[in-house]
Write a protein that binds this ligand. Structure first.
Ligand code: OOG
Ligand code: NI
Length: 302
């Protein structure tokens, strides 16, 4: 994904993707294999279905803070999703123009955690006494891009990270990884025949040695059958903590989405189909399993 204009949104999205693809080796591994097989001619041929971020539900942060960045660029909040067991809320945001990705933003319900886990999180977030996004000049693309890479709280100790991990893998992920891009998503239905179904694409991915998330099965399917998703599992990264210890922890991953035409358009010739004819939005049951792409159990499975 690369945007050619110099609007703040283009600058922000390009920078997020550049940072992400530098760290997540599977991104270029997949792109290079698609180039080699002439499925695409450049990375820009890949249609990005959506990107995702994770936030902490504490005063001055969370979705209400984070969403203001993208709302300023014309994104509109859509459906709400709730994940009871994982103690998460999420919304998706529709882009201002179809060539931009949708955005999925989730938030940890910090108050639902144990007193001990809450206190750990508050130790890091209590110094934040005002919404950091309110102070940002959102017209300054490079400034916003830098903000998204900048720590809002101090580097955690390994002890705090491990304690959070026991209770909420999501909490541990955010306390270390913050607003790093959590994933980008390749639109599978936009690819050529032989690659444009998740079955075929997953076989291609496994053929180049990519490890897929198996929670709920490799392919997660919405109740209407029209939104099908799969994802890689995060690699492990050496992370140095403030107490000098280094742990191997989860980072970001890559997702794949196949959006099928809505019933009213299923008779159309495939060449006539546009994004507007296909299933929109997200699906809580799919998302619930996709979150686990950064979970220890998925990463350490055989
Ligand atoms: C987001 C998981 C959900 C989707 O497309 O439903 C998701 C995350 O891991 O933060 O990406
Ligand atoms: Ni996703």
């Amino acid at each position: 994904m690369h945007f050619d204009e110099q609007k703040p949104l283009d600058i922000v999205l390009n920078d997020l993707f550049d940072q992400y693809s530098k760290h997540v080796a599977d991104v270029s591994k997949i792109t290079n294999a698609l180039l080699e097989k002439a499925v695409i001619n450049s990375q820009e041929d890949i249609v990005n279905d959506h990107i995702a971020f994770r936030t902490l539900g504490v005063s001055h942060l969370g979705i209400q803070s984070f969403e203001k960045i993208f709302q300023a660029y014309g994104y509109e909040r859509r459906d709400h999703y709730y994940f009871e067991a994982k103690k998460l809320d999420a919304y998706w945001y529709a882009p201002p123009a179809p060539h931009y990705p949708r955005i999925f933003v989730s938030e940890l319900q910090v108050k639902a955690l144990s007193e001990e886990a809450q206190q750990i999180i508050y130790r890091y977030t209590n110094p934040i006494v005002a919404d950091p996004v309110a102070k940002l000049d959102l017209a300054d693309g490079p400034g916003v891009a830098a903000f998204l890479q900048q720590p809002l709280w101090s580097l955690p100790t390994a002890k705090d990270y491990e304690r959070l991990l026991q209770e909420s893998e999501y909490a541990a992920w955010v306390i270390y990884n913050r607003y790093y891009l959590n994933h980008y998503t390749i639109s599978i239905h936009e690819l050529q025949a032989g690659y444009n179904t998740l079955e075929a694409f997953n076989a291609f991915l496994e053929g180049i040695g990519i490890k897929l998330n198996t929670s709920g099965g490799k392919i997660k399917t919405s109740a209407d059958g029209l939104l099908r998703q799969s994802s890689t599992v995060s690699a492990l990264y050496d992370a140095t903590f403030s107490d000098g210890r280094t742990l191997q922890i989860a980072g970001s991953y890559v997702e794949f989405a196949e959006r099928l035409p809505l019933p009213a358009y299923q008779h159309l010739d495939p060449r006539e189909l546009t994004a507007a004819h296909r299933r929109e939005g997200f699906e809580a049951n799919n998302a619930d399993k996709i979150f686990e792409s950064t979970y220890t159990q998925q990463i350490h499975k055989g």
